[in-house]
Design a binder for this molecule. Structure first.
Ligand SMILES: [Zn+2]
Length: 291
């Protein structure tokens, strides 16, 4: 049924629809990136207080959920009207300012919307006419949320990494992207690869080089892409991470202990591997067979 529906829509229309869908979902991802960590911190605080028998502090009032309250200006708290909530367009029309108090609106909002629109459109173009497109877009959206949260809060919530892992395994139960056996080995190998790096680094330097969220994210990428893609994902993310890390350290002075989250690089490498991984791998092996 979905198959017939997908095939009946022509390529360009499908990609344009995917772009618009991406813009709207990008708007929701902004809310997830902003609110999910806040909710988690409030929960952890409450649980810690209960565990330590400390009376709840007054600021543990009703926390916001992903759907409530509706978006509002952080300064004057006026509710944002629906026509001020059109992805990217509203930001441009309002010239990046709150219509009530003129506080500037973070450029993060239109950027995440536009970025999500483009990335979803590329994914839809690549998987155009296949049922896999639903899974591939799901994978893409969860990676954007994880990258955004990790970049802002240095946190990869289980609430996103674990569903990503399970859905990857389910998708490959039917061999959508790779055979089930490669997905299962990929999940285990992905976790263990970074887990070993973590412990070697910790035993040598006494410091924690990354978090458990990174292990779970690479496990999820292994579940989606199969174990064969893991070297490419690690290579890509480390190379880009190192370059960006050096630039950030150079720009921010010489603070070598500056923590740069690894999640956004893993997420980007995982997405690139989903779309172009096979091409990169075959070019790579043919380059070697020429030598
Ligand atoms: Zn305002």
């Amino acid at each position: 049924m979905i198959n017939v529906l997908l095939q009946s829509i022509t390529g360009e229309v499908f990609v344009s629809l995917a772009f618009c869908f991406g813009l709207v979902v990008g708007s929701f991802l902004n809310v997830v990136i902003l609110r999910l960590p806040k909710q988690l911190y409030a929960q952890w605080k409450q649980q810690s207080q209960e565990f330590l028998d400390i009376p709840h502090s007054a600021d543990n009032g009703p926390t916001e959920t992903l759907l409530w309250p509706p978006s509002r200006c952080p300064k004057c708290e006026i509710a944002i009207k629906p026509w001020h909530n059109i992805p990217v367009l509203s930001y441009l029309l309002l010239k990046g300012r709150c219509p009530n108090c003129s506080t500037s609106i973070s450029i993060q909002y239109p950027l995440v919307e536009l970025f999500t629109g483009i990335v979803v459109a590329v994914t839809a173009h690549h998987y155009s006419g296949q049922v896999d497109v639903v899974y591939a877009v799901f994978f893409t959206l969860l990676l954007i949320a994880l990258a955004g949260i990790d970049a802002k809060e240095k946190l990869l919530p289980d609430q996103i990494t674990l569903p990503l892992l399970w859905v990857g395994l389910i998708a490959n139960l039917n061999g959508f992207f790779v055979p089930a056996s490669e997905a299962i080995i990929g999940a285990v190998a992905g976790y263990l690869a970074l887990w070993s790096v973590y412990w070697v680094f910790k035993l040598i330097t006494g410091k924690e080089g990354m978090g458990y969220g990174d292990f779970k994210l690479l496990a999820a990428l292994g579940a989606w892409l199969g174990w064969q893609m893991l070297p490419l994902v690690i290579l890509l993310s480390s190379a880009v991470g190192a370059v960006v890390g050096i630039i950030i350290i150079m720009m921010s002075g010489k603070d070598r202990n500056l923590q740069i989250p690894f999640g956004p690089f893993l997420a980007a490498a995982g997405w690139i591997a989903l779309i172009w991984g096979d091409k990169i791998m075959s070019n790579y092996s043919s380059a070697f067979s020429v030598l």
